[in-house]
Each structure stands twice: as structure tokens, then as C-alpha cells.
Design a protein around this ligand. Structure first.
Ligand SMILES: Cc1cc2nc3c(=O)[nH]c(=O)nc-3n(C[C@H](O)[C@H](O)[C@H](O)COP(=O)(O)O)c2cc1C
Length: 375
């Protein structure tokens, strides 16, 4: 926490831990920290800020929501980035903020954390790229495009070409959305943004999709619901012939490696070790603090993505909120490495986790009294 620590000159990444000091100091300047990043309080704050639909859309999970409760630098796909943490693709950001994906992409550009744009994004690909570069102050942001593969190959090609010419350097294929989960709250409130004319902007700005709208006789200005439905029914529902980001079975993972993908995103920690030595493994779902990042890395992931954390930040305070949440996560990780005695994320390995058989003798074996009532 000492900004004058002479060892800082030895570091290759910023002293993120100083964000803790910055916040401790604020009251001396008559200021207050922006908002609490305690995951529970963060959710409460975002809930208070969001509309009911916005809250349901971001917070719900399928079924009973049981899945809900789930030197920092590294490299990813040829990019050196300041931490093994990226922005997971999350669609329709206009639900959370009027400017949609733009403040998020800008916030990611600042520290150079990888930003993933969803096909279900609510801003044109080119605008998101510009915001990401704008945040990176001219050095160029690191960004990947997450593809939901449309039923329409010409449209798929068009989306990918737009992404490539806008500086997106990797394609993340998500293949688990051919069937949406049963989300009680969303269903009970008809909460499906695309069918209500919200969120199709990425598609509406595509020349091939504009052609499709004409062929169907749909005027997106007069018929936004029909236009949104044509877009998302083409992109989300029914086609699962793509790979990469979803719930992996061991077989899936092995097949993906055989096919030659450059990496896979795993959402179940126990599947992490399966193909870890054969491809670049990333993890997402439920990352809320540095200890979650640490555990994922210790189990074999090289990188983690976070989704809801930045959605909450965006909902509470736009770009500043996103940056506050992510900077706090970076600070948390920096401090965790410091107090844990790790010099870089590469040193985090399986041995950091103590889940094997106990290597100390049980009290009875060591001849201690067998009366446990004292404990
Ligand atoms: C509201 C919401 C929208 C999402 N939209 C997408 C999407 O468009 N594309 C995608 O590949 N994943 C999407 N995801 C999944 C995220 O990329 C990521 O896997 C998940 O949010 C990670 O878990 P976390 O939110 O607990 O960090 C979405 C998740 C949420 C919560």
C-alpha cells in the first residue's frame, strides 16, 4: 500500500493494490469511495437501480437458480494483458445502461483487459470497437467477438468480417443458446427484450440482415418487435453447430481439442483439469472476488471471464461503475498474491489448494485423549 515502495520499479504491471489506499484516503479529501464492491451489497445496489426487467434478466438463472450460487500479467491469444481477467460476453447492455456496450468497452480499454462483444450486443460492432480503442487512449484495446452462429451463412460471414475489420482478434463460439433455460421470472413478465424492440442494434446495422428485413417486408422503424424477433430467432434459437463456450463434457472438450480450437471456456471447475495440458483453458461463472480467480487458476485455468460483476457496476454507475468494480477485483488479486507470497500468476498451481487427504495424524492416532467434548 506504500506508493513510494522502492520495489515498485521492479514491477511490470501497475500497483493495482494502491486502489485500496486511494479509497482509504478519500475521506481526507471530503470524498467517499464510489460504492461497495462487496458482492452481496453490489447486487443489492444494482437491484435498487435497475428496472424489474433489467434485474430479472441479469440475475435469473434456469430452474431454481441453483447455479447462481457459484504480477498479475499473462498472455491470451497472442496478447500480453495486465491480468488473467476479462469481460465475458453479455448481450443487450442497453437493458442496464442507455449507452449499452459502449461504456463497458471503454472501461475495458483503459487497463487493456480483454473485452468480449456478444452477437446479442445492442450496439453496432464498429461503435463498440471505437469505444474500446477510445478507452485504451490510442494504444488499441484487446477485444474478442463472441459469435452466436446464425442460421444464415451469408449473415454469419458478414458479422465475422465486420468483427475482423473492427479489430476483434479472436472468435468465441457459444453453442448453448439454441434453447433458452426456463427462467420463471422472465416468463411470468414476458421479459424478452428482442421481442419488444430492444437490443437488436448489432443485427439492424448489418447490411446482410438489412437485406433479410426487406425480403420479409419488415420495416424496423415501424415494426421494431418483428425486426427484433427476426434477428434473434435467426441467431439464438435452433442452431447448435458451433463450438467453444458452454457446459463441457469431457468428450466435448476432447473433440474440441481434436478439431483444433485455440482454447475453451469451461464453466464447471471440476472439468478444468481434463484437457488443460492440451489447449488454453479459460473459466467463467460465479467469479466474484480474487479468491475465485485464484482457485480457477490453481485448478488449471489460464484465464477467467467475469459477467455479472461488471453488469452490476454498469447498472449502478455506468462506465465509472464498471471500472470501479474491475479495478477493485484487480486490487483484490494484487493483494491476494502479495499476502499469499506469489510473485506472479504463473506460480499459482494445484499445490496452492489443500483438498487432499490430511497429512497430519488424527488426535486419537497421536495418543491424545479420545474425549472430544472439549471441541
Ligand atoms: C444477463 C446475461 C447475458 C449473457 N449474455 C451472453 C451472451 O450474449 N453471449 C454469451 O456467450 N454469454 C452470455 N452470458 C454468459 C456470460 O458470458 C458468462 O458466461 C457468465 O455471465 C459468467 O458468469 P458470471 O455472470 O457469474 O460472472 C450472459 C450472462 C448473463 C448473466
Amino acid at each position: 500500500m506504500d506508493p513510494h515502495n522502492p520495489n515498485r520499479a521492479l514491477r511490470s504491471t501497475p500497483q493495482y493494490a494502491l486502489y485500496q489506499r486511494e479509497n482509504f484516503w478519500k475521506s481526507n479529501e471530503g470524498e467517499a469511495p464510489l460504492f461497495s464492491t462487496d458482492p452481496g451489497k453490489l447486487e443489492d445496489l444494482a437491484k435498487a437501480k435497475l428496472t424489474q426487467d433489467g434485474w430479472y434478466y441479469a440475475s435469473s438463472n434456469a430452474g431454481q437458480s441453483h447455479t447462481h450460487t457459484r504480477d498479475t500479467a499473462t498472455t491470451i491469444f497472442g496478447h500480453r494483458v495486465p491480468a488473467p481477467i476479462g469481460f465475458a460476453p453479455v448481450g443487450i447492455n442497453k437493458i442496464y445502461h442507455a449507452a449499452g456496450e459502449l461504456p463497458v468497452a471503454r472501461a475495458a480499454g483503459g487497463p487493456g483487459l480483454p473485452y468480449c462483444l456478444s452477437t446479442a450486443g445492442s450496439q453496432p460492432i464498429e461503435h463498440v470497437a471505437a469505444a474500446n480503442d477510445d478507452g485504451a487512449s490510442g494504444t488499441g484495446g484487446v477485444r474478442f467477438f463472441q459469435l452466436y452462429m446464425p442460421h444464415d451463412d451469408e449473415l454469419t460471414r458478414s458479422l465475422l468480417e465486420r468483427a475482423v475489420s473492427s479489430g476483434f482478434t479472436a472468435c468465441i463460439l457459444t453453442f448453448d443458446t439454441w434453447q433458452l433455460g426456463w427462467r420463471h421470472n422472465d416468463i411470468a413478465t414476458s421479459n424478452y427484450a428482442f421481442y419488444h424492440g430492444i437490443g437488436a442494434d448489432l443485427g439492424l446495422s448489418d447490411l446482410v440482415f438489412q437485406k433479410r428485413l426487406k425480403e420479409h417486408g419488415i420495416d424496423p422503424k415501424k415494426q421494431p418487435n418483428e425486426a427484433g424477433s427476426l434477428w434473434i430467432d435467426n441467431v439464438w434459437h435452433g442452431r447448435a453447430h458451433t463450438w467453444e463456450k458452454a457446459q463441457w463434457s469431457v468428450k466435448d472438450a476432447e473433440k474440441a481439442v481434436d478439431i483444433g480450437v485455440d482454447g475453451i471456456v469451461v464453466s464447471t471447475p471440476k472439468r478444468l483439469p481434463v484437457v488443460g495440458d492440451k489447449t488454453y483453458i479459460m473459466f467463467d461463472s460465479g467469479v466474484r472476488s480474487a479468491s475465485d480467480v485464484f482457485k480457477a487458476l490453481a485448478l488449471g485455468a489460464k484465464f477467467v471471464f467475469v459477467g455479472r460483476l461488471w453488469i452490476w457496476g454498469l447498472s449502478i454507475m455506468g462506465e465509472v461503475g464498471v471500472w470501479h468494480v474491475m479495478k477493485s477485483l484487480l486490487a483484490d488479486l494484487d493483494i491476494l498474491l502479495n499476502v499469499g507470497g506469489y510473485r506472479n500468476v504463473g506460480e499459482i498451481g494445484r499445490s496452492a489448494l489443500d483438498s487432499g487427504p490430511k497429512d497430519y495424524p488424527l488426535l486419537v492416532e497421536s495418543g491424545a485423549p479420545q474425549n472430544h467434548s472439549a471441541y
